[in-house]
Design a protein around this ligand. Structure first.
Ligand code: GDP
Length: 291
């Protein structure tokens, strides 16, 4: 069934099996495969069962409408708007390999195109030497300044220096990288909390955003990652990277439902311009097919 969209499979299931014993089991399997997460799937099935009892689900479009309404009620969309007269900072979080560094470069490109502001990139992942090199590589390609120190340096100090430098030069935007992995999870959480405190002492809340990058292809792992980072520092938004893969990003349903953190952007490819603002209706069309 690979390659057939979730929407088509759901419609087929309804047409063929709606009155059969196995309908709800097969529906549950399809929704779980679509990364909607167990709690959401149980709720959706509960809603359908009660509507079917009262005969309100007569056609496949009634069925898709119920699903769509549920998803629409649960998915939280948001936008990122910097304050153009003052210094803003975005702290970018995420485990290694999700597309964090690439998303930083894409976000810098987006902010330049949308608002005409140059970003300073802050190499706060000092745990991996390659992460610093990668950020410098993107900065050079984009013609943007990268503040960095050596591998193993204190990330809090790197970000502190970046803020001081930006304030003295009158810069408006810092996008800061963070480690995605350390020797153990407790170290990472401790380090992120320390960075968060340093930033909070220097930049007011409304100009400081913590954005998590999630890889659309990792399914419900994305929810677990979001829970950990949200618990550690409190998230303001999500970038769903690799949305151009075969995954249609059902994981954001559970993230939004459980954590109420808005989705801000989708990563749609590997080039710097492949970052688009999240649009809930388009997202639902891609997940379920048009109305
Ligand atoms: P990091 O370890 O989280 O910093 O991950 P990287 O930014 O280095 O990205 C890991 C890989 O994913 C690289 O090959 C990127 O080109 C690729 N990647 C990142 N974002 C996207 C995306 O939106 N779509 C696709 N297709 N690939 C992406």
């Amino acid at each position: 069934m690979a390659g057939i969209s979730l929407g088509t499979r759901l419609r087929n299931l309804f047409t063929v099996e709606k009155l059969s014993e196995g309908f709800f089991d097969d529906l549950e399997d399809l929704l779980i495969e679509g990364d909607l997460g167990a709690k959401s799937v149980i709720e959706i099935i509960g809603k359908l069962k009660s509507k079917m009892k009262t005969q309100k689900v007569k056609s496949e479009s009634d069925f898709i409408t119920i699903l769509r309404d549920y998803l629409s009620d649960n998915i939280v969309s948001g936008s990122y708007e910097p304050e153009l007269e003052e210094l803003n900072i975005v702290l970018v979080l995420g485990v290694n390999g999700v597309g964090k560094t690439t998303s930083i470069a894409k976000l810098a490109t987006y902010l330049k195109n949308e608002y005409g502001i140059e970003s300073i990139l802050s190499a706060g992942d000092t745990f991996r030497a390659a992460a610093i090199d990668q950020l410098i590589f993107h900065g050079n390609k984009l013609g943007m300044r990268v503040v960095h120190q050596q591998h193993g340096a204190d990330p809090g100090a790197v970000i502190y220096d970046t803020i001081d430098s930006a304030l003295s030069r009158g810069d408006k935007m810092i996008i800061a990288d963070t480690a995605g992995r350390m020797h153990n999870k407790d170290n990472l959480v401790k380090e992120l909390k320390k960075i968060d405190k340093i930033i909070c002492n220097k930049i007011p809340e409304n100009r400081y955003k913590k954005i998590l990058v999630i890889d659309a292809t990792t399914g419900q792992n994305g929810l677990r990652q979001a829970e950990s980072f949200h618990e550690a520092v409190g998230l303001d938004g999500i970038i769903l990277a690799k949305y151009d893969s075969s995954s249609k990003g059902g994981v954001v349903v559970s993230i939004c439902r459980d954590l109420k953190v808005p989705v801000l952007f989708l990563g749609t490819g590997e080039t710097y311009s492949d970052l688009v603002k999240f649009d809930k209706e388009l997202f639902l069309n891609n997940l379920l097919g048009s109305k």
